[in-house]
Design a protein around this ligand. Structure first.
Ligand SMILES: CC(C)[C@H](C(=O)O)[C@@H](O)C(=O)O
Ligand code: SF4
Length: 783
């Protein structure tokens, strides 16, 4: 573990330094992971990879699983069977596969029958699984949420999920440091969602690329933990690898009574001592600083199909000419067409069809309290087709019901649902119909995100509630709202489990697990057999062919997100091959299933097998979701290289892990390649020389690529094998940490996880695990 050299460090650098197991000369790091969250969508292929190698999960108690993305949110009877509840066979297979995999590998699983099931980024903090100073990963881009606690938390692809399961580490490099300082205080009625939309509107969806954002300043300090989570959650929408807020008294108060936070013996004190060191040193150097004056932030809404396309609620739909950059003008034109909006239209006059209050951004208790204050005594507009309130977790749902919030929502005309991702992603039965317009508290307004052809406007819970009443976008009455920070601080402690509450507690945050069927092996009828039918995964990568020649498909778009590359309707697969049909499906095919002959990939030359390249003239290719499926589909379609002005970070990483070469090119070179393609059909890519060559063998341009990535591709290989060769070093890292007063990081979850695994493998009955729990409570056992 490298010691601090005494040089001032940012918070990110401190946490990173504390987790480096090994560092290669080229700067590649083997980074220890303290907490791993998994869900049904991005884990099946990773477990399959382990099975193919006959590997166990290295540290099962450090992983926590839940099903959230494709579960329905309609009333869920107690002891529900997935076969009765999940009508889609593919979704059912994913949920059952997760249940089986977690059972086999003794990983704690909060399944559909657990009171604590919920969205993965909601339950982690709620349980105290998320702790300051830890590293947290999940095969999900909104892992950035957990940074609100001062944890280094980031989304990873499925290949990395496999790596974490096998070794409890990831391979990576160092990222840049960007400070977002928010001075002053937010005005009453302006929340952290408005603030984050404002920040993304300012720095853009690629503004944080390659960076960890640290939010600082008086307005941030005043925010509650729930508001901070909303902010960090959407760091990924600003393109950042992670978001961070230094822990303080608010953080510590939130954690004090959480079930999985350290509490035995001196653990809590040791932990707090460490957490108090977690801040950026006064002289630490940031690569970039952006300052936002909180008083300039107003209730904000997105008008387009990218989270950076924002406008004040009191504003109007912009004209493409309002933007200076031609690329942004073109994006605006495309977005206006998709959204069915005319420039100059006042936002307040736009009618909506549906309102959604939910998602890992805004489905916490304080969000529902805020919305309920606006809805109380009102009815939703008769013009609305649907208003949906979906709590982020079972615990939040129970707490809200305990204080009668569900009644307020139902009386107003909302549907009050079970926990899950719901309409955020349209991966489950909650979806928009083509053309429907939705005011949504979620985080992504990409084309077809909430349902094919659906139109999403991102808003805060307060605006969503006011809009539901008005039927058009509306501002909540200021008289009802307080400043978000103060308000939420009071709120959040009320539904926590008391510090001394027993494992058997039945409170809303009772996380002791249930005797539920879902925590048991799936029934024979659902036959999840995780590995049997899945083709061998490609976690071993063949060396890249040094020189490749082929045609290039050109797309004139920017901010192409992974939802567009690999649409949601295909993501219920448990395979990593055979995905070429899904590639750009909503752009390649019309609603009736016929091919759109204008879309470049539908040209004959791209239908043939053989080498081909993909190029986009717009920047930030691959932004959004961490789904590695996007890369698998590009590869399956036959593309060997993707060229663009820039790429989003998770996509970049996922691509190289699968042997797909990404080349970032300046616009002038992009233009040369497009011209060559149009004139002569083909280009040649020479990786060792880093050359793009025309049909006569003349070098058109030299491209840049990080040396480490180039070598990785040319060598091919097997990162997991390499990780496994470091198991000794990983173990000695763990031992040294136990010895230096950080044993609580592991111990605080070990007992609970072991007990659950024990109980589950015994078919729901409590056994030795209970004893382990008691002994540790008495401080009598050394782990
Ligand atoms: C399915 C998952 C990979 C995805 C993500 O990475 O974000 C999802 O949660 C989303 O919001 O699109
Ligand atoms: S962004 Fe939406 S789909 Fe993704 S984890 Fe959050 S709630 Fe689920």
């Amino acid at each position: 573990m490298p010691e601090s050299s005494g040089k001032p460090r940012t918070l990110y650098q401190k946490i990173l330094d504390d987790h480096v197991v090994l560092e290669r000369e080229d700067g590649t790091l083997l980074l220890y992971i303290d907490r791993h969250l998994i869900h049904e969508v991005t884990s099946p292929q990773a477990f399959n990879g382990l099975d193919n190698r006959h590997l166990p999960v290295n540290r099962p108690h450090l992983t926590l699983a839940t099903s959230d993305h494709n579960v329905p949110t309609t009333p869920r009877p107690r002891h529900v069977k997935t076969s009765d509840y999940l009508k889609s066979p593919a979704a059912r297979n994913q949920v059952d596969t997760l249940s089986t995999n977690t059972l086999r590998h003794r990983i704690p699983y909060l399944g559909l029958n657990s009171k604590s099931q919920g969205i993965v980024h909601v339950i982690g903090p709620e349980l105290g699984f998320t702790l300051p100073g830890t590293t947290i990963v999940c095969g999900d881009s909104h892992t950035s949420t957990h940074g609100a606690f001062g944890a280094l938390a980031f989304g990873i692809g499925t290949s990395e999920v496999e790596h974490v399961l096998a070794t409890q580490t990831v391979v990576g490099g160092r990222w840049g440091n960007m400070r977002v300082e928010v001075t002053g205080q937010l005005a009453p009625g302006v929340g952290s969602k408005d603030l984050m939309l404002h920040i993304i509107g300012t720095i853009g969806t690629a503004g944080g690329t390659g960076m960890v954002l640290e939010f600082t300043g008086s307005a941030i300090r005043a925010l509650s933990m729930e508001a901070r989570m909303t902010l960090c959650n959407m760091s990924i929408e600003a393109g950042a690898r992670a978001g961070l807020i230094a822990p303080d008294a608010t953080t510590i108060a939130y954690l004090k009574s959480r079930r999985l936070a350290p509490k035995y013996g001196s653990q809590w004190n040791e932990a707090v001592k460490y957490w108090n060191t977690l801040y950026s040193d006064p002289d630490a150097v940031f690569d970039k600083t952006v300052t936002v004056d909180a008083k300039n932030v107003v209730p904000t809404v997105t008008w387009g199909t990218s989270p950076e396309q924002v406008v004040p609620l009191t504003g109007k739909v912009p004209y493409p000419e309002d933007f200076n950059d031609p690329e942004k003008q073109e994006s605006a034109r495309q977005a206006l067409t998709y959204m069915g909006l005319n420039s100059g239209t006042p936002i307040f006059s736009i009618p909506v069809d549906k309102v959604f209050i939910g998602s890992c951004t805004n489905a916490r208790l304080s969000d529902f309290r805020l919305a309920a204050r606006i809805l109380r005594g009102h009815k939703i507009s008769p013009g609305l087709k649907l208003a949906l309130a979906v709590p982020g977790s079972g615990a939040i749902k129970a707490a809200a019901e305990k204080e009668g919030l569900d009644k307020v929502f139902k009386d107003a005309g909302f549907l009050w649902r079970e926990a899950g991702c719901s309409l955020c992603v349209g991966l489950n039965p909650d979806a928009l119909e083509p053309g429907e317009r939705c005011a949504s508290t979620s985080n992504r307004n990409f084309e077809s995100r909430q349902g094919t052809g659906g139109r999403t406007h991102l808003v805060s819970p307060a605006v969503a509630a006011a809009t539901a009443i008005a039927g058009t976008f509306a501002l909540p009455p200021r008289s009802i709202l307080g400043a978000e920070g103060e308000d939420r601080d009071k709120i959040q402690l009320e539904y926590e489990v008391g510090e001394n509450e027993s494992e058997e507690s039945n409170g809303p945050s009772d996380l002791s697990g249930s005797d539920s069927e879902d925590d048991l092996p799936p029934t024979a009828s659902s036959d999840p057999s995780p590995s049997a039918s899945i083709p061998t995964p490609a976690s071993k990568v063949s060396p890249f062919t040094t020189t490749l020649t082929g045609p290039t498909a050109v797309l004139h778009r920017s901010n192409i997100d992974t939802d567009a590359i690999f649409p949601k309707q295909f993501i219920t697969t448990v395979s990593r091959t055979g995905l070429s049909e899904a590639l750009f499906y909503n752009l390649r095919f019309r609603p009736d299933g016929t091919a759109d002959t204008d879309f470049p990939l539908n040209q004959q030359k791209f239908q043939r097998s053989g080498t081909k390249f993909l190029l986009t003239t717009g920047a930030n290719f691959g932004c959004g979701s961490s789904r590695e499926h996007a890369v698998w589909a590009i590869r399956d379609f036959g593309f060997k290289v993707v060229m663009a002005p820039s790429f989003a970070d998770i996509f970049y990483n996922n691509s190289f892990k699968n042997g797909l070469l990404l080349i970032a090119l300046p616009s002038s070179v992009i233009d040369l390649v497009v011209a060559e393609t149009e004139a002569n059909g083909e280009i040649t890519i020479n990786l060792p020389n880093q050359h793009i060559v025309n049909h006569e063998g003349i070098v058109l341009a030299k491209f840049e690529i990080p040396e480490r990535r180039k070598l990785e591709l040319l060598r091919g290989g097997d990162e997991i094998d390499e990780g496994l060769r470091c198991l000794k070093e990983i173990e000695s890292f763990e031992n040294s940490r136990r010895g230096n007063g950080r044993g609580w990081i592991e111990e605080s979850v070990r007992c609970w996880a072991t007990e659950r695994a024990e109980r589950r493998s015994r078919g729901g009955k409590c056994g030795a695990g209970k004893i382990i729990g008691r002994e540790q409570k008495a401080g009598g056992i050394e782990w």
